[in-house]
Design a protein around this ligand. Structure first.
Ligand SMILES: [Mg+2]
Length: 216
């Protein structure tokens, strides 16, 4: 049976941190088109703080927990609690599970999507990160229902995230700072949807590299 070990797999979280770090300038540029241009700076600050507290030998769920807590406690604005919740849900769902199977990942995606929609008061179509995570979760679910393997389902998740993020260009912002622009927010990517896409694509790639075949 294909699974991802929870033990010693903090590398997945470290790769996500590195991806946000590498894309900090790009994220601020996107935020600058419809907002105040601080998204990359804020994200980078929180993710780099978490990096100091995470070591590669930690479990995946422990690393998710530290990242989530750091984002909630140490970065301001709306993004701290939002991404804090995202990673805390991944930690909660995977905690105590050594063999993380695709159904575990689906449960984590479902739990975090639900909590994020609650917290942000957003639904698909509002031009937020929900427009990335929701189709990513649905694509992953459809892949599992179609009996796809672990890697293929993770690839479908990344493709769903990418398509969802791109679609935010066509949407009018309904909540957040960009909502003040109304129709003028059309034509631009949403910064949160873009960072969420980077996170899910990186998670997909990092998870695919550590899939093992286990006799259970
Ligand atoms: Mg901003």
């Amino acid at each position: 049976m294909e699974c991802i070990k929870n033990s010693h797999n903090a590398v997945i979280v470290l790769e996500i941190i590195e991806a946000i770090h590498q894309n900090a300038g790009y994220l601020s540029e996107i935020d600058g088109a419809t907002g105040d241009g601080d998204h990359g700076i804020n994200m980078n600050k929180g993710f780099m703080l978490a990096k100091e507290r995470i070591t590669a030998d930690m479990s995946l769920s422990e690393a998710f927990k530290i990242l989530g807590q750091t984002l909630v406690m140490d970065i301001g604005g709306s993004m701290g609690p939002i991404y804090g919740t995202f990673f805390s849900q991944f930690s909660k769902v995977t905690k105590g599970i050594e063999n993380i199977i695709p159904e575990t990942v689906l449960a984590a995606l479902e739990a975090s999507t639900e909590k994020l929609m609650e917290l942000a008061g957003a639904k698909p179509g509002d031009k937020t990160l929900i427009d990335t995570i929701y189709p990513a979760k649905e694509a992953f679910k459809r892949a599992l229902e179609g009996n796809k393997g672990y890697a293929e389902a993770l690839q479908a998740m990344a493709a769903g995230a990418q398509a969802g993020k791109e679609h935010t260009k066509e949407l009018v912002a309904k909540i957040g700072r960009a909502a003040r622009l109304g129709e003028r927010s059309k034509g631009f990517l949403d910064a949160g949807a873009t960072s969420c896409c980077i996170i899910l694509e990186t998670m997909s790639g990092a998870m695919q590299r550590v899939i093992v075949n286990e006799q259970i």
